[in-house]
Design a protein around this ligand. Structure first.
Ligand SMILES: Cc1cc2nc3c(=O)[nH]c(=O)nc-3n(C[C@H](O)[C@H](O)[C@H](O)COP(=O)(O)OP(=O)(O)OC[C@H]3O[C@@H](n4cnc5c(N)ncnc54)[C@H](O)[C@@H]3O)c2cc1C
Length: 398
């Protein structure tokens, strides 16, 4: 029996390795001259491939119940698989990386295992058309392949320079699947303000996302200003909700708390800012510069419509505290498909048999990894999902 996998990314390779370990004959068609290009970029080259806290609360999916079922199938086997290909892992606050800190080690381990198992990988082999007759007929730039079973592992649409350019969705659609709205997520956010002066400024903050005037989520971390808005892992982790919210015409607002380290009430914060007698003659700007980058101080003064000679005793102190704790950032857009990390949307989980990831529309067709409508936040959840799916598909029976 011939099994063909289209897409030599993480999910495709892991499905292939698992199938070959189960004695199956596998061919992988990969359009690039190497596999797993995206994997090499992950975690800033360090490859954060898994998280000890994988559960559905870290994901968005077309159907959360089905997602939960899927996660429970193989979650306990991910680290065993990683060990089985020779990778020693390290856990940093729940985030798993290879001990070497190099995505290249994971890449080499996956490829060496695939080669040792005699998996046939056709490189620079771009799939152009897929038809289902008695077998799958797969037309590529290198000729036609026929296969009894077909696995679509072509990834999402973001970072197309890595090879995953969204073509998987077109093939899934042509074979009868629906595609839930595709949006680039895990992305920077653009705002309604000129941020050029702030470019590169960083601050430890707490961000709270307000959607239609309801506070729905908070994230702590390092905020990085760009010339068009904000970035950083805490921004990425809110970006999925923001981008989907904007697409659904919801009002999105991010409240930036520039003093997350101060746990007391607003009144106590005023006292803290005001606490020494001698500070009564200090300007607000001088006080804020004790804990904030001067460019952020200028941004806050501008918001308060005061200048840098205004003394603290002369300002509306509650207004200052409100701005420090809830500085409003109104997102208007995210990054684009070229530089966002993950695609939200794709083939709905309802259209596959979760236990096998076999299509409910086309017999012997399987879908694995980012092509499915599941996306996770930063922290190893997306590679983790691609690995779990690969393990599920790899267990297919004849
Ligand atoms: C910069 C960056 C950093 C990231 N960091 C992390 C991280 O630290 N942790 C984490 O969990 N996730 C991270 N991710 C997300 C993660 O890399 C992806 O979710 C994951 O790689 C998806 O795996 P996949 O196998 O489904 O698809 P991919 O890895 O995208 O593989 C799809 C493959 O299919 C091939 N292909 C596509 N179309 C065709 C065709 N027509 N013919 C033949 N081949 C085709 C592509 O060339 C590609 O090799 C990051 C993503 C990016 C862009």
């Amino acid at each position: 029996m011939e099994i063909t996998i289209v897409g030599g990314g993480v999910s495709g390779l892991i499905a292939g390795i698992t199938l070959a370990r189960n004695g199956k004959k596998v061919t992988i068609l990969e359009k690039n001259n190497k596999c797993c290009k995206k994997l090499l970029l992950t975690g800033n080259g360090r490859c954060n491939f898994w998280n000890q806290n994988v559960d559905s609360s870290f994901y968005h999916a077309s159907n959360m119940e089905l997602l939960e079922e899927l996660l429970n199938l193989k979650k306990d086997l991910v680290l065993d698989f990683i060990k089985s290909i020779g990778i020693i892992e390290k856990n940093i606050n729940g985030y798993y990386y290879p001990y070497t800190n190099q995505a290249l080690s994971v890449y080499n381990a996956i490829l060496n295992t695939a080669n040792n198992l005699d998996i046939k990988i056709e490189y620079e082999c771009e799939v152009i058309k897929i038809e289902k007759k008695d077998k799958f007929i797969i037309t590529t730039n290198k000729g036609i392949y026929r296969s009894d079973k077909l696995i679509l592992a072509m990834g999402g649409a973001t970072y197309p320079k890595t090879g995953s350019d969204g073509s998987g969705y077109k093939f899934a659609k042509a074979l009868g699947h629906s595609i839930n709205k595709l949006l680039p997520v895990l992305t920077k956010l653009k705002g309604n303000y000129n941020y050029k002066d702030l470019k590169g400024v960083r601050a430890e903050v707490r961000l709270t996302l307000e959607e239609n005037n309801q506070k729905i989520k908070s994230e702590d971390g390092e905020l990085i200003f760009t010339d068009e808005g904000i970035s950083g892992i805490c921004v990425y982790n809110l970006s999925g909700d923001v981008i989907r919210g904007l697409a659904n015409k919801k009002n999105e607002k991010i409240l930036i708390n520039f003093v997350p380290w101060f746990k007391g009430s607003n009144e106590e914060l005023i006292k803290f800012l005001d606490r020494e007698e001698e500070k009564t003659n200090y300007t607000l700007s001088q006080i804020l510069e004790g804990f904030l980058n001067y460019k952020l101080v200028n941004m806050i003064l501008k918001k308060l419509k005061i200048n840098n000679t205004t003394r603290f005793k002369d300002v509306d102190k509650m207004q200052v505290v409100n701005i420090l704790r809830e500085y409003p950032f109104i997102p208007t857009n995210g990054g684009d498909i070229l530089d966002s990390q993950v695609t939200s949307g794709g083939v709905p989980l309802e259209e596959v048999d979760i236990k096998k990831l076999e299509s409910k529309k086309v017999k012997d067709l399987y879908l694995t990894g980012e092509i499915l409508d599941v996306d996770g936040v930063c922290g190893g959840y997306n590679l983790g999902f691609a690995i779990m799916c690969g393990l599920i598909v790899g267990d297919m029976s004849d």
